[in-house]
Design a protein around this ligand. Sequence first.
Ligand code: COA
Length: 230
Amino acid sequence: MEISRINRGWVMRSHDHVSQAEFNSAITSIKSGGGGSVRWFVCEPSADEQRFATSHGLTLDAPLLHMRCDLPLAPEHEVPKGFATRSFRPGIDDEEWLAVNARAFSGHPEQGNWTRDVLTARLAEPWFDASGFLIHEIEGRIAGYCWTKTHRTIPPSGEIYVIGVDPAHHGKGLGRALTIAGFARLASLGLRNGMLYVAGDNSAAIALYESLGMRVVHRDEVFVGDVRAK
Ligand SMILES: CC(C)(COP(=O)(O)OP(=O)(O)OC[C@H]1O[C@@H](n2cnc3c(N)ncnc32)[C@H](O)[C@@H]1OP(=O)(O)O)[C@@H](O)C(=O)NCCC(=O)NCCS
């Protein structure tokens, strides 16, 4: 079982089925580390694993879907004429972006609750590249964004890491244009594999991605809850 700290909480990932002892050991480590909110990602949990989760107060949340596509996208998926983006400006755009991100993800606390510290930590990651963090403005204000990330896997892949549109501008085609712009940028770097993760209850985003030719390649169930410090 892998355990990592993500933002202010913890993530547990198990690629194979885990035993009660492995699960308990992970929970003990989290308690010793100060406790907090926990998300456990597990593929096709067994009845035993569901019981381990329940016994520690974790409950089933929406699954996490891994979606993929070939890059470049099919020719009909073009960035609309006149649709412009610019790069994120660290130190200048931070507060405005955090506010738009919070509004866009008001229903998804683990993304919507990003603080300045979380953003600063992400901007300091070795993979961060401001030119891949696309911002779309309307009348000088951030209306939406598409933050891309490249992975030096074999073969390499390009991810839409976070994408959001200010709810004031939903339903106007910005999400589609930003997704296409993000994948076009990744394709321009020579990447042939596009991917992203999306919550299985995010029907608007899933409909958008499927309409661009993306398909679900993996699904993890997600158990969530709070674990108290020891
Ligand atoms: C997902 C999101 C980016 C879509 O942005 P948007 O600008 O409103 O979307 P668009 O106007 O470009 O619509 C594109 C497609 O999305 C889908 N869609 C958008 N809103 C929808 C809704 N309320 N219900 C179902 N499908 C919807 C449709 O397939 C739509 O295509 P269509 O107009 O041809 O039917 C936006 O809802 C958002 O910011 N959500 C919160 C953040 C988020 O969930 N990000 C994705 C995380 S992986």
